[in-house]
Design a protein around this ligand. Structure first.
Ligand SMILES: [Zn+2]
Length: 283
């Protein structure tokens, strides 16, 4: 295209512009078109098209073509964009939802490039904070397990390997103090997340018109045990009265028979009673 035709180009209608985009796409046999490809074959300035349609993808959309998936974008640009989103949402590790909301490239582009969300986070340098998160979760889950074993709030001196998977000093080092650790535990254990279809990696989990997911999460488990005084609902034992016994939480009406994962339909059962119950079913 030569500059002398530019003036008449400015008067081109939107339809003429779109028709030419379609024409070029057809000519080079593509369902989408990069701006550079249009520049080589098109009649109009790409800048004219951009000024009419706000951006290149909007023009493609209006022309009935597929949007440009930014495959040509260097990894660094995608990584920079993930960091930009992290700054917007003020988080150390961003979720797919965060990125979907604020990212420039689309989650699918990231998946195609890095294979998985985890790998993309790793490449973007988010991994370290995600390891720290994992450590914190581990410490909290251990505190929960010790609490259940004792049937009450643990004392600092009781947090010792092998009764506990971590020593108390590790809590002090991570959280600054024992009381702070217990405060944070309260926060962790009361953050009950109701599991819905969306929360489990896109897999539908709610079958047969259930209102709740089958899985009894750690927070619900703890809550039900606390309600029962950390004792088996059947025989009232726990690992303090009967060493070796472990506690579990189960549905009263089986989930398969329509029972929901709600407080009223959950009870505590010890490993001994569970064995007996299973024996009865088999007999
Ligand atoms: Zn029992």
């Amino acid at each position: 295209m030569n500059p002398e035709t530019e003036i008449s180009n400015v008067n081109a209608t939107d339809e003429e512009l779109l028709a030419d985009i379609r024409n070029v796409a057809q000519k080079i046999g593509k369902k989408t078109l990069q701006p550079l490809e249009y520049k080589d074959h098109g009649k109009f300035f790409t800048s004219l098209i951009l000024s009419r349609f706000a951006n290149w993808n909007k023009a493609l959309e209006a022309a009935g073509l597929k949007k440009v998936v930014k495959n040509g974008v260097p990894d660094e640009e995608i990584i920079a964009d993930m960091k930009r989103v992290a700054a917007i949402v003020k988080k150390d590790v961003i979720s797919k939802e965060d990125y979907r909301m604020y990212g420039d490239f689309g989650v699918s582009v990231i998946f195609n490039r890095f294979d998985s969300w985890e790998k993309a986070l790793e490449k973007s340098g988010f991994k370290k904070s995600s390891e720290k998160d994992k450590k914190i979760r581990d410490l909290m889950e251990n505190l929960e397990d010790v609490w259940i074993k004792l049937g009450r709030s643990p004392r600092f001196v009781e947090i010792r390997i092998p009764f506990s998977r971590y020593n108390g000093t590790q809590y002090i080092a991570t959280f600054g103090g024992w009381h702070t650790s217990l405060d944070l535990f309260e926060e962790y254990i009361s953050s009950v997340k109701v599991e819905t279809e969306q929360s489990i990696a896109g897999k539908p989990v709610l079958e047969n018109n259930h209102k709740t997911a089958k899985n009894i999460n750690r927070q619900t488990r703890f809550h039900v045990m606390k309600r029962s005084g950390f004792k088996c609902s059947v025989c009232k034992n726990n690992s303090m009265t009967n060493p070796g016994v472990t506690l579990d939480v189960e549905h009263i009406v089986a989930y398969e028979k329509g029972g929901e994962t709600t407080d009223e339909n959950l009870y505590v059962v010890c490993s001994e009673c569970k064995k007996q119950k299973e024996g009865n079913i088999q007999a």
